[in-house]
Ligand binder design. Structure first.
Ligand SMILES: [Zn+2]
Length: 526
């Protein structure tokens, strides 16, 4: 079935200009394959005229088969005062061998005069010639009208003339670009309607999120007649980013009821978002609409209670429709419902009739008051629930420890000694480390692996420190969050104390204890 709205992904070109985003050729190929499987209609691979990496990408991409998406190469109109056929940049574009070529040209007279330093007439000729030349090479040609909205606002007649020049040259689409990202939906809609009224070809929209309206502007253009939309996964892009496709696509599907990617692909939306963050090595944004980990989280007690009774009461849509899931956050706002849902999520058979429930809730609230934060520390929360339910001795105890640091010339050495008790046995170990926490971790681990060899696989993967001031008049406290992994799953534990080493030790002890008891939790998942 033909889409009503075509999705043109420019993550690999516009998105790669985002802060902290850099893709290797191998990354780009992996992403292109994933986007093709997801079902976008076009994948803009790069600008062969701007860097050799993009030329190599197209050389390799040519050898692969894309089943759903058409690959597009990006470039600009010919240089002024030469023939299109004599322009090196255009030759590179054609050589990229893609079925689609996208070129951008100038709409705004300010740019024509000041940036290109040419006449309005030559700019029109540059657009028309370039499009015609590329059509002669038998490609689908997308014309990106740079600064379409600023240009139109400045001089509507000239802006329309540039778009008509693209149409005369044979362009398949004119895409109106809000290059500076400063337009508002009403203007976007009005100008898109004006273009729609005079052009006989299809219209697309390309927006940036500079004032937080990237997606809203794209939707405004679509409602005004655009049938093609350009954007990036997770909104990657220069400055604050591009129109975010992981927001736009579900809005089209569920809110505007317009068909874009195949409906079944919506279930993969969160996965695609995570995949991109992983490859780009970008920390996932929990607050991204639809796909963020906080998008369907519930914290306040009354909300959670209502959600339990009727999910529709506090959720605009079922999170599983976009591959996301409901999350219950534990905090001092938590009510009994939060604890029950969280405990069940962690594998405990807790109901509203469980006698220990009130004790758990009181313990969570008391600790949160001291500066603990359990919403990000599943591991420690699971241990807290378990300790309240079962009066069992812990698998090990730290009886004493000592940490010291000395400086030797340019290097400093940290040393930790730990005395650990397991049942009736004792272990006393010493270890060096890069820092005090690392030394403590090494000492503790080497003491415990004698008793629990499978702890060998547990690794500390992240360590975060924050200063919290709980009650007025007390010393500042340090909150330490430790993320650990055994290669299969990961968990987070927490420690809070005035002393950073003590806080770290608490989090380390919880991390290893959770690592030991993890099997028990996962085995009893209800
Ligand atoms: Zn852009």
């Amino acid at each position: 079935m033909a889409p009503e709205i075509e999705i043109y992904d420019t993550t690999l070109r516009d998105g790669s200009q985002g802060l902290g985003v850099s893709f290797s050729v191998a990354d780009k190929l992996k992403i292109a394959e994933r986007l093709d499987a997801f079902g976008v209609h076009y994948i803009e691979g790069g600008w062969p005229g701007s860097n050799p990496k993009d030329i190599e990408f197209f050389d390799q991409a040519r050898l692969r088969r894309f089943t759903r998406a058409k690959l597009a190469a990006f470039g600009s109109t010919r240089r002024k005062d030469i023939r299109a056929a004599a322009d090196d940049q255009l030759r590179l574009l054609v050589d990229a061998g893609t079925p689609v070529i996208t070129i951008f040209g100038k709409t705004w007279l300010l740019h024509v005069r000041e940036v290109l330093q040419t006449t309005p007439e030559e700019n029109l000729a540059m657009i028309e010639d370039t499009v015609r030349y590329l059509k002669q090479q038998d490609r689908l040609v997308v014309y990106d009208a740079e600064h379409a909205f600023d240009g139109y606002t400045d001089d509507p007649e000239y802006a329309l003339a540039t778009w008509k020049a693209a149409e005369r040259g044979g362009a398949d689409l004119v895409v109106l670009c809000d290059t500076n990202g400063g337009s508002v939906p009403a203007d976007i809609a009005g100008i898109t309607r004006a273009a729609h009224a005079v052009l006989g070809i299809r219209i697309g929209i390309h927006t940036h999120d500079d004032i937080g309206l990237g997606v809203a502007n794209a939707l405004a253009a679509i409602e005004a007649g655009a049938t093609h939309v350009q954007g990036t996964i997770n909104g990657y892009g220069e400055r604050v980013g591009n129109c975010n496709l992981t927001t736009l696509i579900p809005n089209l599907e569920f809110k505007l009821k317009k068909r874009s990617v195949p409906s079944e692909s919506l279930l993969l939306l969160k996965e695609v978002s995570q995949f991109l963050d992983e490859i780009a090595n970008v920390r996932p944004n929990a607050r991204l609409p639809w796909v963020g980990s906080a998008a369907f989280s519930h914290k306040g007690g009354t909300h959670v209670n209502a959600v339990q009774k009727l999910v529709r009461s506090y959720e605009h849509i079922d999170p599983s429709l976009v591959g996301n899931s409901r999350q219950v956050l534990i905090s001092e706002l938590a009510g009994r419902s939060n604890i029950i849902m969280k405990a069940r999520e962690l594998g405990f058979d807790v109901t509203k009739d469980t006698p220990e429930l009130n004790a758990m809730l009181a313990r969570v609230k008391a600790l949160e008051h001291e500066g603990y934060e359990f919403e990000a520390a599943d591991g420690s929360l699971a241990l807290l629930i378990r300790r309240t339910l079962k009066e069992e001795p812990t698998p090990f105890r730290v009886d004493a420890y000592h940490v010291s640091m000395r400086s030797e010339g340019a290097t400093s050495v940290c040393e930790a000694t730990v005395k650990v008790r397991v049942g009736h046995e004792h272990a006393h170990t010493v270890a060096d480390g890069d820092g005090p926490v690392n030394a403590l971790d090494c000492a503790l681990r080497s003491a415990l692996v004698r008793f629990y060899p499978h702890l060998e696989a547990v690794r500390l993967t992240d360590y975060k420190v924050r200063i919290v001031n709980s009650a007025v008049g007390t010393a500042a406290r340090t909150r330490v969050l430790i993320e650990s992994s055994d290669g299969l799953t990961s968990w987070t534990t927490i420690g809070v104390n005035e002393n950073i080493i003590e806080a770290s030790l608490q989090a380390l002890v919880d991390s290893l204890e959770y690592g030991l008891l993890k099997k028990e939790f996962t085995a009893s998942v209800v």
